[in-house]
Write a protein that binds this ligand. Sequence first.
Ligand code: HEM
Length: 416
Amino acid sequence: MPAELDPNINEIITAPETYGDEALYHQAFSMLRDHDPVHWTDAAAYRPFWAVTRHADVARVELDAQNFLNAPRQFLVTKTDEDMMLAQTGSSTFARNLVAMDNPDHKAYRALTAEWFSPKTLRNLEAKVGELARETVDRLIALGGECDFAKDIAAWYPLRTIMLVLGVPQEDEPLMLRLSQKIFGSTDEDTGGGDGMASMMEAFAEFNTYFSAMTAARRADPRNDVATILSTATIDGQPIGDDERNAYYLIVAAAGHDTTSSAISGGLLGLIRNPDQMARLRADPGLMPKAVDEFIRWTSPVKHFFRTAVHDCEVGGKAIKAGDSLMMCYPSANRDADVFAAPFEFRIDRSPNRHVAFGYGPHVCLGQHLAKLEMKALFSELLARVEDIELAGEPAWVKANFVSGLKRLPIRYRAA
Ligand code: HEM
């Protein structure tokens, strides 16, 4: 290990607590980018892997989906939890969803909903999302000038949008929120219960029961929603499997909102901490598309995904063996000074902004256009109708090493 590295670096970059402390996270990964950008990480609780911390290496690995597979390892799971999962399910993969698949299945399954999430189709949703953004700001104003923006606002708006797309009725949204927070925030005492895998497995089982019932309902009564597409989907003339269908629902339901909520809260905190940028965006709403990309780069709510090398190869000068796993460290790649001028500055007009917060290559986020549409609508509405937004307490981040962001953002504000 290079002398410049903290001797505890392997524990630091895997510990969920590090992800609850933005400054510590960035300090550790900056050290790796500078001194050991493709770093062999052998931490006590996890099977070892290569941490890939620079933008060029992340992009290269993700683009080469033939030689770096998504199966069998998708994200950090402790050795104990992997063993528990293997014993309970016979597999170390949670669910056969898009992020666990490789070609030819990945291509076929992604194609089932790709059209739905394309910019062209999403144009039909613009008016409805605009309405949800207006209602969300109405709710913020009705809260009377002080709230926890992360909990009271950002947690709900992307949830409503994705449930609308899926076709889940509004009365079931609290259940969906609870279950997906149990999955992503399972290591944080405030969001998941703090008991890791047990909490995740319970949430998976509840999701499956819910979506199996939904499939039966849509087959009897088809509608214009993603649930109907998945309920009736076929590949090569055969209906898709029940496990794959439930896994598909799950990834759309869960990946579709926690991520966006984190980008929204983190984007607002960036604006509050950089009042000159907030003033510029208010004065020039035409900057909104660029600003939204900067909010997403800045927050990078997905902290990693894994790839597994098919052959012996080289990445960033390191000899990788067939079967080794590589962790794509997105927030780190998004602070890489080789790609971003002044990477630690929050610039709402950053251009170009080639962040990899949505990943890269054939697995690039299916919902990226939806996420951006939602964020543009909400921030346009918010900045037009709410003034003097400031912190009313200390923000706090979820302690989770896979998908995480702010769990508390106390703010004070005034209706314009
Ligand atoms: C700011 C919000 C979001 C962020 C930061 C984000 C980030 C990501 C990342 C990093 C990946 C992995 C890409 C890769 O491996 O190269 C991904 C995949 C995915 N995301 Fe998102 N996401 C967001 C919002 C959404 C939304 C709104 C949906 C709703 C449908 C969604 C659905 C998915 C799906 C289905 C995949 C798997 C794609 C595949 O493997 O082919 N995401 N996302």
